[in-house]
Write a protein that binds this ligand. Structure first.
Ligand SMILES: Cc1cc2nc3c(=O)[nH]c(=O)nc-3n(C[C@H](O)[C@H](O)[C@H](O)COP(=O)(O)OP(=O)(O)OC[C@H]3O[C@@H](n4cnc5c(N)ncnc54)[C@H](O)[C@@H]3O)c2cc1C
Length: 594
């Protein structure tokens, strides 16, 4: 990278674009980088191939036994549900006049109808999409993928789509879990996926005013690297940060793990430029706050590609913290942990990140431990002895809270003493910085496990919600009980796995994140069964006072629930908004269409 340019009259830095790294190729058929995936080694133990993550190359002797135990099954690593990826790829539908027009302003290298690329652009990472590309079929996928490189090309694409009645679906990192990129099967028009990756640079950084202008296709890991090179951070770190994009974050109203310090995406974005079917939405100035009538920018957060294409945004940036350190606390029960989180959010300033995992996830973390040797075995047995025998924690009830502290040394010391004081009040016992650090590091490797387990007939997925504090504990317990009962009633194999964690805290409530999975060998249409059960869980969530979504969004997975959470007048307003900006439904992905 060459050194950044600074304008003579101002504080703006124009960084050189990051050159793409040859090793950062992403898999088309599973989550993540091509060089990383779980496998079973000759000892019959799980191992994460590759070299990127702390877990890479490590043997995980407890993982498969843990899976057998929680699902109540005899998992045989030789009994593999072979993937038939790519199951079948329908030929593209043609719209010759559109294609002729776009080839006048896009080069050949910016247009493709290659089957596997079209397939990849027709889905995110929800279980049913991943199951479909391996074992079933996606009914409808984009007919063409285009890679615009400028705002002007985006505007020209939209104009051509309007003229020739073509559907455009913006594509960021393809990491959503709501079916937001899936094409509606009954769409007759040509569907074009607009891949934003080539519009992925940091345009400028204004250090004096703590802002940066970033193009919407910028991937999180690159934003972080480019800002860190200037000693800055945006502070937005969703668990998908390696692959998701700024445009995708805005379009889904995303939430990063450090929102306590930096805010959610809507707190971080100062301004957004959007290309719509009616022209460009942009502002003359970027100021910290205004009172100029209803804030139309708000309507773009969570728009899921239905109103236009976000081409860039001006975001807040912050100096990198002097200190970043981790922590962890074990609590006797989930109720104790939640009471601690609640008091922390109300009475104190919570650290950058605070996450509480239930007992099942605590044990899952243990199952991801590598083979211990010598001193490590002795130390871990001693710790277990102290926790279980001297402190009286019950192994089947205890939960763990992991923490990230950031700031100056003094700030961090103050936060730590406050957090540990409150934790003690709720029966918590400090479990060390290393356990906390490990918990956060594991996040990126865990994302690869879902595809690995699907090889052994296990289907799993996450779903999330938010709720007022008084509803958090009952909601978790209601959802678990409901899924267990529904699972048993259907006489599905083994045991269902449902686990929850509290991932974000607010003064008034919290975000709750569930994992749910089961063994499907012998079950007809397992992905459909999963969807039915998840819909039942969603009903239970709404009945228990939870939201339709805290950060994943609506897409197609949750669109049928919209009338349950919005009044008829609000729905009509939503419909009118769409009609006013996009009368011909060019942005016809069908997301949020109830
Ligand atoms: C392992 C994993 C971990 C995750 N962790 C988190 C998390 O911690 N927090 C969180 O909030 N979410 C998380 N998600 C969900 C997902 O990463 C987010 O929804 C993310 O914001 C999607 O961004 P993307 O760039 O991948 O968008 P895509 O999946 O490509 O698109 C999502 C939607 O946004 C639209 N869109 C994308 N780019 C644009 C644009 N430029 N203009 C207009 N519309 C656009 C698309 O049309 C689509 O409707 C996770 C998902 C996975 C699989």
């Amino acid at each position: 990278m060459t050194s950044p340019v600074t304008t003579p009259n101002g504080s703006r830095i124009y960084p050189e674009p990051l050159p793409p790294k040859a090793e950062d190729v992403e898999s088309l058929d599973v989550w993540g980088f091509e060089d990383t995936r779980f496998s079973v080694n000759p000892n019959g133990h799980a191992v994460l191939l590759g070299h990127r993550y702390e877990l890479s190359g490590q043997e995980l002797p407890r993982l498969l036994p843990w899976v057998r135990d929680v699902l109540g099954i005899e998992l045989d690593p030789r009994d593999v549900h072979e993937s038939s990826y790519p199951t079948s790829i329908a030929p593209p539908r043609e719209n010759a006049p559109f294609r002729t027009e776009i080839s006048q302003f896009l080069s050949d290298g910016q247009i493709t109808d290659a089957g596997r690329l079209r397939l990849r652009h027709g889905h995110g990472h929800s279980q049913d999409e991943m199951f479909a590309i391996k074992h079933e079929r996606l009914e409808r996928i984009p007919d063409l993928v285009v890679f615009p490189e400028s705002d002007e090309q985006v505007a020209q694409l939209i104009a051509a789509a309007k003229r020739h009645d073509v559907v455009l679906i913006p594509f960021g990192g393809g990491t959503n879990v709501t079916g937001a990129l899936r094409c509606d099967a009954d769409e007759e028009r040509m569907i074009v996926s607009v891949d934003m990756h080539r519009m992925g640079s940091v345009v400028w950084i204004d250090r004096a005013n703590q802002m940066a202008c970033i193009r919407a296709g910028a991937v999180g890991r690159n934003i972080n690297a480019q800002l860190a090179a200037q000693g800055l951070t945006m502070g937005h770190d969703p668990d998908s940060v390696e692959f998701s994009t700024l445009g995708g974050w805005i379009a889904t109203n995303a939430s990063g793990m450090k929102k306590n310090k930096y805010g959610n995406i809507e707190d971080l974005v100062l301004d957004v430029t959007v290309a719509t079917a009616n022209g460009k939405l942009e502002r003359a100035t970027c100021v910290p706050r205004e009172s100029i009538g209803s804030d139309l920018r708000r309507l773009l957060f969570g728009s899921e590609g239905t109103l236009g294409i976000i081409t860039s945004a001006i975001v807040k940036v912050f100096p990198l913290p002097e200190v970043e350190t981790y922590g962890s606390v074990v609590f006797p029960t989930l109720a104790d942990g939640i009471a601690f989180m609640r008091e922390l959010a109300r009475e104190s300033t919570p650290p950058s990140s605070v996450r509480l995992v239930d007992n099942a996830q605590f044990k899952f973390g243990m199952a991801l431990k590598t083979a211990d040797t010598g001193l490590k075995i002795w130390k871990s047995r001693l710790e277990q002895f102290v926790v279980v025998n001297l402190k009286g924690f019950k192994p089947d009830q205890m939960v763990v809270c992991t923490l990230v502290f950031e700031g100056t040394r003094r700030d961090v010391a103050r936060q730590q003493s406050e957090v540990y004081r409150l934790a003690k009040k709720h029966g918590g016992m400090q479990a060390g910085a290393e356990n906390g650090r490990r918990g956060y590091q594991l996040t990126y490797s865990i994302a690869y496990i879902r595809d690995f387990l699907m090889d052994f007939y296990i289907i799993a997925e996450s779903f999330e919600t938010s709720a007022a504090w008084s509803d958090v504990f009952p909601l978790i317990s209601n959802v678990k009980k409901r899924l267990e009962a529904e699972y048993a009633a259907r006489r599905l194999p083994g045991k269902v796995f449902v686990t929850a964690r509290v991932t974000q805290v607010y003064q008034t409530g919290a975000a709750i994140y569930f994992y749910f999975g089961f063994y499907y060998k012998g079950v007809p249409h397992p992905s459909q069964v999963y969807n039915e059960l998840e819909a039942i869980a969603r009903e239970e969530i709404l009945r228990s006072g939870g939201s339709l979504s805290h950060h994943h969004g609506v897409g197609k997975v949750r669109r049928s629930f919209l009338p349950e959470v919005m009044s008829p007048a609000a729905l009509e307003w939503k419909r009118e908004l769409k009609r006013s900006l996009d009368p011909a439904n060019i942005f016809g992905s069908g997301n949020q269409k109830w």
